[in-house]
Design a protein around this ligand. Structure first.
Ligand code: NAD
Ligand code: UDP
Length: 350
């Protein structure tokens, strides 16, 4: 298939673009570089051994997005583009709603107009909110999130569901209205890097997430890790999360894309996680092992909004998509460290 990968210059999109190419798909990337460097693409091309077309476009610009589709001849879209920092979204809700919702509307409008119905969306475990029982299952109905970032994911899932439902119910519509097949992929905690160590996660500013923070401590860019709370009702008192290797996540996108033709529901949600919870202390121990020495940490106060534990029930993706996460926590740490130690300050600026 000829696949438009929005946000394909970013962390998960870049790894998925490679997996798509490896699986025989044609990839076209659209990215505004709002949260990624231009030096990612040459590295991607070096790994892929071929050039990869990339359009510098802000997808909130509906006219530009329409022009992209007019010339694109796409069979499917994987939509990664979006802003993703929870804390920043609380400070800048308008920017988050504008960017994430508008870009999705532009893309979906252009898909409808140009008759492209296959869509894979980057959703998140955050849509389960704070009240869902663990492990999270896709059939949990009451989706909500406590922060604007998460709320954009809930809203986009709704927009996509309504769009597909309207098309299914329509008796007359313009000729191009596609038959929608939409996969909502709810990621748990993506970590790790391509085994080459030449691409990886490169957060701008101080990392919010555990793994990039820890790897910056390991490489000497930060003094120590502060562990947010050690009095949670978990085996060691620190929070548990379902960390998933980005290569497994990338494979999950290929599986979801290839399955769209067989997907009976117009819209289907899938958890992409391992099904295992790992505590902060366990991750610190595994990362220390990968680096070869202990990493400094201190216990601090709980972070507002954190829940004690969550992990996926990945049964639906396992059975319907034939996909399963295979990488261990040790591999996640080793691959993250290979990338971070070879690229202490991330991708070069130019
Ligand atoms: P990322 O920031 O590395 O990649 C996103 C890419 O989208 C960036 O290259 C950015 O420049 C681009 N972009 C943003 N807004 C754009 C716009 N309006 N037009 C064009 N390009 C735009 O993030 P990531 O970690 O690769 O995440 C990809 C997707 O997965 C996001 O939608 C994110 O919300 C979702 N997600 C990420 C995580 C995670 O922990 N990384 C977890 C759950 C879901
Ligand atoms: N965490 C931490 N110190 C940090 C960053 C994160 O102790 O500097 C903890 C955080 O409280 C949570 C876990 O690590 O329990 C994973 O946090 P992350 O932000 O990576 O993922 P999320 O909370 O969004 O699942």
């Amino acid at each position: 298939m000829r696949v438009l990968v929005t946000g394909g210059n970013g962390y998960i999109g870049s790894h998925t673009s490679l997996a798509l190419i490896e699986a025989g798909h044609d990839v076209v990337i659209a990215d505004s570089f709002i949260n990624s460097k231009r030096t990612v693409l040459p590295r991607l091309e070096a790994i892929a051994g071929r050039s990869i077309p990339l359009h510098d476009i802000d997808l909130t610009d509906a006219a530009a997005t329409d022009r992209l589709f007019a010339d694109g001849n796409f069979d499917a879209v994987i939509h990664f583009a979006g802003l993703k920092a929870v804390g920043e979204s609380v400070q800048k809700p308008i920017e988050y709603y504008r960017n994430n919702i508008d870009s999705t509307l532009s893309v979906v409008e252009a898909m409808k107009k140009h008759g492209v119905g296959k869509f894979v969306f980057s959703s998140s475990a955050t849509v389960y909110g704070e009240k869902a029982p663990v492990p999270y299952r896709e059939d949990f109905e009451y989706l909500q999130s406590s922060n604007p970032y998460g709320q954009t994911k809930v809203m986009i899932e709704r927009i996509l569901t309504d769009t597909a439902a309207a098309a299914s119910a329509a008796t007359t519509d313009d000729e191009t209205t596609p038959e929608w097949r939409i996969a909502l992929l709810r990621y748990f905690n993506p970590v790790g890097s391509h085994p080459s160590g030449t691409i990886g996660e490169d957060p701008q500013g101080i990392p919010n997430n555990l793994m990039p923070y820890l790897s910056q401590v390991a490489v000497g860019r930060r003094d120590h890790l502060t562990i947010f709370g050690n009095d949670y009702p978990t085996p060691d008192g620190t929070c548990q999360r379902d960390y998933i290797h980005v290569m497994d996540l990338a494979a999950g996108h290929v599986a979801a894309l290839n399955h769209l033709d067989k997907q009976t529901d117009p819209v289907r949600a899938y958890n992409l996680g391992t099904g295992n919870g790992t505590s902060v202390l366990e991750l610190v121990a595994a990362f220390s092992q990968a680096v070869g020495h202990d990493l400094p940490y201190q216990f601090g106060a709980r972070r507002a909004g954190d829940i004690a534990a969550n992990w996926a029930d990945p049964t639906r993706a396992n059975t319907e998509l034939g996909w399963q996460a295979t990488h261990t926590i040790e591999q996640m740490c080793e691959d993250t460290w290979r990338w971070q130690s070879a690229n202490p300050t991330g991708f070069p600026d130019a």
